[in-house]
Design a protein around this ligand. Sequence first.
Ligand SMILES: [Zn+2]
Length: 183
Amino acid sequence: MKCPQCEYQEDKVVDSRTTKEGEAIRRRRECLQCGKRYTTYEYIERAPAIVVKKDGRREQYDREKILTGLIKACEKRSVSRKQLEKLLEEVEGATFGKFKNEVKTTDLGNEVIDRLQQLDEVAYVRFASVYRQFKDINQFMKELKTLLDKPGPVENGGVDETEDASDLSEGRKSRGRSSREGG
Ligand SMILES: [Zn+2]
């Protein structure tokens, strides 16, 4: 390590400790020529996480992008951002955590969808409809029906979902209150 003052290349470590979060080691070093003290940090080198799309294209994993999609799916539901962040951490652990730095978007999506279903079923259908890109409206309605037939705390969100679905299938009703952001 070149001394920042005299550029001499030999030093001694006078202190070495792990940072509070355990993500790095901080070392105080002293130049053996001029005595200048400086600090270095040592981190684990990580390869960037890569997602492989269906058509084989690769791009860097973007946690924010998925989180944004999840937050949108959970609109007006009682799911906190913190819960979603935890969900994503679990997903990352289950995919990239297996010493892989390349994960298929479908695998990633399925991991998210499985966990989201346990968290909130309405959000699950919303997210799955975008992510899995249901082949046709019947498939979507089938999934929706299964969900709505289930006894459970779906609350008043259920009615809205049905209306949304008919909007998708026919597109002739134009409701003014629709504030769906383009996607
Ligand atoms: Zn020096």
